[in-house]
Structures are given as C-alpha cells and as structure tokens.
Design a protein around this ligand. Sequence first.
Ligand code: IPM
Ligand code: MG
Length: 361
Amino acid sequence: MAESIAVIKGDGIGVEIVDEALKVLRVVCERFDIACECSEYMMGGCAYDNYGDPLPKESLQGALQAKAVLFGAIGGAKWENLPKDKRPESGLLRLRKELGVFANLRPAMVFDELVEASALKPEVITGVDILIVRELISGIYFGEPRGKEKNRAYNTMAYSVQEIERIAHKAFALALSRSKKLCSVDKANVLEVSELWREVVERVAKEYPQVALSHQYVDNASMQLIRDPRQFDVVLTGNLFGDILSDEASQITGSIGLLPSASVGESHAIYEPIHGSAPDIAGQGVANPIAAILSMAMMLEISLNHAKAANAVRKAVSSVLKAGARTQDIARFGCKKLCSTQEMGDLIAQAVARSVLSEEV
Ligand code: IPM
Ligand code: MG
C-alpha cells in the first residue's frame, strides 16, 4: 500500500525547498521501490489568503489522515498584523498540537565538507553531532493564562509531570541509541517550572542507568554551545529554550538552511526544516533546500521505516557538498559551483540515483 504523505509547502521559500525535497523523494521512491502518495494542502499566510484561516479544516484533516506531513515554512510581513489566531504561526502551532507531536528532534551535525563555512573555528566544531530534543506542544507557547492588555502582557510557562515524563523518556531512549549522554537544559535557579522539570528528569533517569545525565541552566548552555559544542550529545529541553538553542546550534553547522527536524508524537509526525520562510529571499531560487531534503530523509527513516533510503539521501547530500556545490548561504568556503535552489536539488537527486545504482552493481 502506498504511504500517504501530506505535503504543506507554506509561504516564502517553503514552496521552493519542498519542491526540491519532493524531487529527491521521487528518485528515492523509484530506486528503493517505495510507493508514496503525496497530497498537497495549504497552511500559513497563503491559507489565510485563500480560506481566511491559517489552518483550514481540509488541511488539518489531510494531515491527521496522512502517515507523515512534509512541511516547508510559514509566515511573512504581509500577515504580521493580523489578529493572533489568523497569523500563519498560529496555524503551525495548532497543527503541532492537534497532531500531538510533542517531541521535536533537531539534529545539528557538522558536515566535514562545511567545517570552514561555520563562523566558529574548525578545531571547535569538527565532528559536532548534537541532537536537540525540544518539547513542542506545551510550555510557554501554550500555557494559560496568557493575554495582552493596554499596559501589561503575560504568558505562562507551565509543564505537568506527565508532559515532562513523556519528553524525557523520548530523549533518554534516543540517548541510548547514540552516545548515552544527555544534558537537560532548564532555568531551575529561577523558575519553579524548571525545578519540577529537573526533578522529573532525575526520576526518569533512574530507568536509564546507562545514560549519563547532566543539567545546565539555559544561559550557561547557550554559552557552552559556542564554547565547546562537542561536549553535547542529546540535549533535552522545553519549547522556548529549544526554539532558541536550535537556531544557535545551526550556526555551528554553518547555515540555518542545513538543519532538518522531525516532530513526532504517538501516531503522527511532521517533518520540517528548523528555518523560517525567509521572505527576503523567497522566489529568487537562492534558498538552501538541504534542510528540507534532510527533513524528508528523517521522514523516510522514522515514519516510513526506511533507514537505507534515508542514509542514501544523507550520503548524497555529503557527496554533493564534497564536490563543491554550494548555495549562496554556504558559499563562503570550498565553493566550486554556486547553485540555485533547483540545481542543488537536481544534484542531490542525481547523487541518490547514482549511489543506489552503484550499490546494486
Ligand atoms: C520553529 C519556528 C516556530 C517556533 C515558529 C514559526 C512558530 O521558529 O519551528 O523553530 O517557534 O516553533
Ligand atoms: Mg525557531
């Protein structure tokens, strides 16, 4: 039976980068004999323009029925002043919540080929391989009460024991499959919600005696991430801290255009680059499609259970970078061919086709 995939391109560069991910997916499906049925849905600013709602019913239904959602990016200046529930971001947050995707996995890996593209020194970043596990459907993004009055505005950072337990279990399980090191990031020196976070994480840790657990305050963690990123393997943190730390981690790798993510729950998943819709470069064919392509690879591995195909995509990305192909965001070093979004997608698709053929010989 064909795997059903809901494709949501969204706004800005979302459209261009998802097109490239689909281009590569088509080649993967052919080579690995995977049957995918992709259906496209609108979300974000474009959905507001067409339906008056950033997450129309049809899109939510389509996402709920699909095995996985492949998503690009949403947002743009045009929609910034709409009432909050009509803004593109509200559509994305609602989609995450409705799908129950509580764990956002954001790997930040430095490609050997791009070591020099980072703003940090090669000796600090070579070999960095961090997995940020961000809680995605609770915390201050969703906490009540919240509101904006004339002279005052407020939000609530709240976590229940059960919410902390489920994300902690996910992170510990992932740490077991990696280098068995987990750093939990909070602000327990100031916030009660972080005190509880720490207590629950400590308790869950007892079930994973093989994993070495450490804790850092978020201000310290943001400094350590730049000072010595290789000290981290799995980083477990809440919604807001994870949002901020993952953007920071992207700069270790060279560009935010490289970082994929998977948002997973009990029965649904969304695969999305960590970057936004970059309205300033939208439609110019200069955006880096690699984050979207690597998000698609995470989909192959996690939702479609096809690690081999996922690895073929990752290898293809490495080989294309090794050959010196660069989009403008990573062109600072080692650029032998400056590529458009589409050319980068073509090269990666061709490399997937080639790598599989050579394995068959
Ligand atoms: C991300 C983004 C989103 C978030 C925005 C677009 C709502 O920054 O996925 O990191 O804050 O989660
Ligand atoms: Mg973000």
